[in-house]
Design a protein around this ligand. Structure first.
Ligand SMILES: *Cc1c(COP(=O)(O)O)cnc(C)c1O
Length: 393
């Protein structure tokens, strides 16, 4: 008897809905043109915004760290797994972000889930944008606080929730993504900070897609909007533009010390291997010394979007390098993605439940390392295949 047989039925339902996928295998470094499943393809499917994932300085730093410290850290941070380099990276990020202190987690996911669940408890309230990342949602659930979801990007709707809770006991946390990962729009931080202050709520921003992308030298949305000192909890990732792996949380010294004592992924899961931390440090050197990478990223973004719009595509409400190309039904988006791949373009199809029903799309992410020739070829391929599949008329 197969006790997990019911999962075969579930998988068949996923197949019938057109949502079934096979994992594609990257057979080269993550580059603007990568080798995937035996094919050279233009890669518009990574979060490697600045091309740092395979940068020689990051590679060298990682190799050097392995020579000095070995492959693994040997323990969780609170036992014996805190390397001097881990502390150096945290100090480095805190200085970069103009905050008192920083803690690095194994991933952006664990940073969000571990922080929200450590700070709040069951008598508290979370006011959360409906499109916030899954790791925020899981953190909210783990905290057992009451969750109040507001309409996406809508400051008035968030304020209504806060106003309705103003007589309730318990702490309030107002939380938003800095950049939303499926639509590429920017959260309304100035308005949210104002209402957080008005109602005495804790303000938290997840800058996963804005770290290295928005703000001076990629300092994120708080810097982009000039809101230094007004966001209590800033989360960022080291896995996307920074090119490596990890998540970080920034704030006051006592808040970070508290997370050292109470955030469960920090306490109960092994720390980053030396190569990861050394490569992250090298990435911050590059963010500070070569800000022109970020300018190139934005120039490529504007160029690519203008060409897509001219070709007749709908790129939704994106304001960043995350470029959705709206298709409609999930099955059509996945079929579009597969046909693009056959023509040498790697761009992910995304459907329900990651995005709402009827809002399926291709998500293309431009990087600083794509050339104009890559982008021209990408737009030509998208247009040709979309016409063939009657996505464009
Ligand atoms: C990618 C992402 C995360 C998770 O970051 P990882 O470092 O990949 O775990 C968290 N929040 C948002 C908004 C993201 O887009």
């Amino acid at each position: 008897m197969n006790a997990l047989g019911f999962l075969t039925d579930e998988l068949n339902k996923i197949r019938e809905a057109g949502g079934y996928f096979r994992l594609r295998e990257l057979e080269s470094a993550c580059e603007p043109v990568s080798r995937v499943d035996g094919k050279e393809v233009i890669n518009l499917a990574s979060n490697n915004y600045l091309g740092l994932a395979n940068h020689p300085k990051l590679r060298e730093a990682a190799i050097e760290a392995i020579r000095k410290y070995g492959a693994g850290s040997g323990a969780v941070r609170t036992i014996s797994g805190t390397l001097d380099m881990h502390m150096e990276l945290e100090r480095r990020i805190a200085a970069f972000k103009h905050v008192e202190a920083c803690v690095v987690f194994q991933s952006g996911f664990t940073a969000n889930a571990g922080t929200v669940s450590a700070v709040l408890g069951k008598d508290d309230h979370i006011i959360s944008d409906e499109l916030n990342h899954a790791s925020i949602i899981d953190g909210c659930r783990l905290s057992r606080a009451k969750i109040h979801v507001f309409a996406h990007g809508n400051v008035e709707a968030a304020e209504e929730k806060l106003a309705a809770l103003s007589a309730e006991p318990g702490r309030k946390l107002l939380i938003t993504d800095g950049v939303f990962s499926m639509d590429g729009d920017i959260g309304p931080l100035p308005g949210l900070c104002a209402i957080a202050e008005k109602y005495g709520a804790i303000m938290m921003v997840d800058d996963a897609h804005s770290s290295g992308v928005l703000g001076r030298n990629g300092r994120g949305t708080v810097d982009h909007f000039g809101l230094h000192g007004r966001v209590d909890i800033q989360v960022g990732t080291l896995s996307k533009a920074v090119g490596v792996l990890g998540g970080y949380v920034c704030g006051t010294r006592d808040f970070i010390e508290y997370l050292y004592h109470r955030a469960r992924p920090f306490l109960f899961s092994t720390s980053h291997p030396p190569a990861v931390t050394a490569a992250c440090l090298a990435a911050f050197d590059l963010l500070e010394s070569e800000p022109e990478r970020i300018e190139t990223l934005w120039a490529n973004t504007r160029y690519f979007k203008a060409a897509l719009t001219a070709a007749g595509f709908d790129t939704g409400r994106s304001e960043t390098p995350i470029t959705p190309i709206m298709v409609g039904e999930a099955a059509a988006a996945h079929a579009f993605s597969r046909a693009l791949f056959e023509e040498g373009l790697f761009a992910t199809g995304i459907g329900f439940p990651t995005v709402p029903q009827g809002k399926a799309r291709i998500r293309a992410i431009v990087t600083a390392t794509h050339t104009r020739e890559h982008l021209d070829r990408a737009v030509e391929t998208l247009t040709r295949v979309a016409k063939k599949l009657a996505i464009l008329s």
